[in-house]
Design a protein around this ligand. Structure first.
Ligand SMILES: NC(=O)c1ccc[n+]([C@@H]2O[C@H](COP(=O)([O-])OP(=O)(O)OC[C@H]3O[C@@H](n4cnc5c(N)ncnc54)[C@H](OP(=O)(O)O)[C@@H]3O)[C@@H](O)[C@H]2O)c1
Length: 336
């Protein structure tokens, strides 16, 4: 059996390009006891992978040059020598970007095919959904009538954050990078206001206008000047969940922004960075909450699905130019 993988060919300097990736075909060896042969169905591309392409130490180790990129993959078991898994099972795992791969059963999660479409387990019922739920509810603690602002609002995490804040009775303002995205947030997802940051020269003024009662909760996916504009509008006892800083993932030097400490002091505000895995102890509660809202039709979910294994690098690169509305995935194959 032959498999094709996508390797990290070189570490990017600044914005990654297709040259940083290399496709390679290899022959897979026969299965050993405890192993399964998996066929990739959906591959998730995620902004955090940019950090792993660099050498710098972070909360997950860097990818190695010459080895496959890895991340969230939904795959079908096509052969099994592991008791827990049978041919036809569908699993979620942190797996290489490969058309087929051999994995140990440990570390895979079997997916209940009845709960939702398979791909949802990489999005609203997976890591991005959990990130939105945990960051907003456990750090932001939004209360009815408060104003919640979310940046990166039209993406996988942001769309869920804004909708949960609406379910909690908040006024919700989303910041995203096109008029189409703002229309989607307001007309499809029920956000109260939206700001296209690419068409706005004074973010602080735009946020002041969209948030006449100030900002009580800020869910930050982006950082940079967008976030500086939010800080100018914080209310007393505001809560800020620092989820991502995508504005700087490709930066070779990071500009210094305004000093924020005196604002936090004067506003008695809380600012907390988090990694979704900080909340593994609460994933059960969060997954049940998200699944219930999805099944009741209270959470809308959009996917941006690119077709074909050859398109995985391009789909990943598109995250940094805002090609996606909702969760960016690549469909590799259909289940048999
Ligand atoms: N802390 C955690 O555990 C955790 C977990 C998951 C994700 N995250 C972070 O959460 C954020 C969102 O992740 P996601 O998976 O939901 O991605 P996403 O929002 O679906 O995709 C990325 C989006 O970021 C926006 N963007 C790209 N470059 C930007 C820039 N320079 N300035 C402003 N916006 C920019 C683009 O939308 P526009 O068209 O609006 O520019 C793009 O669509 C990322 O920062 C990610 O690293 C953190």
């Amino acid at each position: 059996m032959k498999a094709t993988s996508i390797l990290l060919a070189s570490r990017p300097h600044g914005t990654p390009t297709e040259e940083n990736f290399k496709f390679e075909e290899q022959e897979l060896s026969p299965l050993k006891e405890g192993e399964v042969l998996l066929k990739a169905l959906y591959i998730s591309v995620d902004p955090y992978m940019r950090g792993r392409m660099s050498e710098a130490k972070s909360y997950v180790p860097p990818y190695k040059v010459g080895e496959p990129i890895a991340g969230g993959v939904i795959a079908e078991v096509v052969e099994s020598r592991e008791q827990q898994y049978a041919k036809g099972d569908v699993v979620l795992g942190n797996l290489p970007w490969s058309t087929y791969t051999i994995a140990r059963g440990k570390g895979l999660t079997k997916i209940d095919k009845q709960v939702a479409p398979l791909s949802y387990h990489l999005g609203i019922l997976g890591m991005p959904g959990l990130t939105a739920y945990c960051g907003l509810l456990f750090i932001g603690e939004p209360k009815e009538g408060e104003t919640v602002v979310v940046s990166g609002a039209a993406g996988a995490v942001g769309t869920v954050v804004g909708q949960i804040a609406k379910l909690k009775g908040c006024r919700v303002v989303g910041i995203a990078g096109s008029d189409d995205k703002i229309d989607y947030l307001k007309n499809e997802l029920g956000f109260d206001e939206g700001i296209n940051y690419k068409a706005t020269s004074d973010m602080a003024a735009a946020i002041a206008q969209a948030c006449p009662d100030g900002v009580d909760v800020y869910f930050d996916n982006v950082g940079g000047e967008i976030t500086d504009g939010v800080y100018a509008n914080l209310n007393k006892f505001a809560r800020i969940a620092i989820c991502g800083q995508i504005a700087y993932y490709n930066a070779t030097t990071v500009p210094v922004g305004p000093r924020i400490e005196s604002t936090l002091l004067k506003k008695s505000a809380l600012m907390k960075g988090f990694i979704v895995n900080d909340y593994t102890g609460r994933f059960g509660e969060a997954t049940r909450g998200l699944a219930k809202w999805v099944q009741e039709g209270k959470l809308q979910y959009q996917e941006n699905i690119t077709e074909g294994f050859g398109q995985v690098p391009q789909a990943f690169l598109g995250l940094f130019t805002g090609e996606n509305t909702g969760k960016q995935l690549v469909r590799i194959a259909d289940p048999s």
